[in-house]
Ligand binder design. Structure first.
Ligand code: NIG
Ligand code: FE
Length: 388
């Protein structure tokens, strides 16, 4: 049974052939949803007859946000660490250990409830596709159970056994890499689509990251990487060399890193919630965009470095502090995220796309950045179902 959403003030389709500019904006638009797909997009006055109709009353509509980077399978809380940072302490990868201990001690039901709560929280803020990772279990059993739980809530599941070397392997990191690329990968590969590694001083070096990603790729998992977050390093160029779907963080980039991204197919995923929550310098989105790099914008929702599930918040920060225009930030948070997940069915509003649509209590998508912190999301359809 088809449903039409009519009288949309401005609709961002992300398809330049459907409307004006790079965002393909249609004014006075309508969208027809049939099942889980979009069946028709165009001018409201030409909308075909349907059984059901929702009047958007001039509100703006955008594609559902695609959050291509989060860590939702965790237990516990890092408020004390955040408080210490806001009193001047620096963020380090070491805080991850606190969450690993809490996650190992948690029951499946507790972890499941936490993932469900944050996926629902993100949905209320317009996120209709979300990637999430393991990485707080760091034993064969705990990583596998974190992935099984994640897979109940999303198809975009990433194995991040190489998040840090856990305390139980502190004196033999090489043995931990062997575990990750051997028995842990065997147990985890069936539950994931992606393989990830935290390539950073204090986590894994370039050679270890290469070993992890190539082992995952040999098991059918596509690489993505946490790279160049806390300082310069080999991660971004490794990602491009291996054809990774995405290099995430990209905060400290050399000219060679930018050139490599511009010459390759790897998306640069920027995560401004991290710099906000760790009081550190933001990545330079302008430099990447000007070089022709595909940029995605995501939350990195996790209890340590970025405890926000809000894509609108990230859009506002990216516009204010990272040199992005409101159009570029919305593009990065929709089609950019889709590119980082190698998806063409989400992040756009067009015939055949998944019916993921967000209505805003605003006359245009620019208000996402213009009205920071204001809950503008007034309705959300995910796969054709009205969820909010
Ligand atoms: O993407 N950088 C590594 N991992 C997460 C932080 C995890 C944590 O602090 O718990 C990130 O920022
Ligand atoms: Fe992350």
């Amino acid at each position: 049974m088809a449903t039409a959403i009519t009288n949309i003030g401005t609709l961002v389709t992300n398809d330049p052939s459907l409307g004006q500019g790079p965002l393909g904006i249609i004014e006075n638009a309508a969208v027809v949803i049939d099942g889980d797909r979009i069946a028709w997009v165009g001018s409201s006055s030409k909308a075909p007859p349907t059984d059901n109709r929702t009047d958007a009353e001039g509100r703006a509509a955008v594609p559902g946000f695609v959050d291509s980077h989060s860590h939702l399978v965790f237990a516990g809380d890092r408020t004390a660490e955040f408080n210490a940072r806001m009193s001047g302490r620096r963020y380090t990868a070491g805080g991850i250990r606190t969450t690993v201990a809490a996650t190992r001690a948690a029951s499946d039901d507790e972890l499941d409830a936490t993932v469900a709560r944050h996926v629902a929280e993100a949905l209320r803020q317009g996120t209709t596709t979300i990637e999430t990772k393991s990485g707080y279990g760091l034993t064969v059993e705990d990583e596998a159970r974190c992935l099984r739980i994640a897979a109940r809530h999303t198809d975009e599941v990433t194995f991040l056994g190489a998040h840090i070397v856990p305390p139980d392997h502190a004196d033999d990191p090489a043995a931990y890499v062997d575990l990750v690329t051997g028995p842990m990968l065997d147990a985890c590969a069936p539950h994931a689509r992606w393989i990830d590694v935290f390539c950073e001083r204090g986590a894994f070096d370039g050679d270890q990251a290469r070993a992890v990603l190539t082992a995952g790729a040999a098991r059918g998992l596509t690489p993505r990487i946490h790279a160049n977050q806390l300082g310069p390093g080999p991660g971004v160029q490794l990602a491009v060399e291996l054809g990774a779907a995405s290099a995430d963080h990209c905060t400290y980039l050399t000219e060679q890193d930018v050139d490599a991204l511009a010459g390759g197919s790897t998306v640069a995923t920027l995560l401004p919630g991290v710099e906000f929550s760790t009081r550190s310098p933001y990545p330079d989105a302008r430099r990447l965009l000007d070089a022709g790099v595909t940029v995605a914008l995501s939350t990195d929702c996790n209890p340590g470095s970025s405890f926000t599930s809000s894509v609108p918040f990230c859009i506002a920060v990216a516009v204010r502090d990272m040199g992005m225009t409101p159009d570029e930030a919305l593009h990065a948070a929709t089609v950019g995220g889709a590119a980082a997940l190698r998806r063409t069915d989400v992040g756009r509003v067009g015939e055949g796309a998944r019916a993921d649509l967000v209505l805003l209590d605003a006359p245009s998508h620019v208000h996402l950045a213009y009205r920071p912190g204001v809950p503008l999301v007034s309705a959300v359809w995910r796969a054709g179902v009205r969820e909010v």
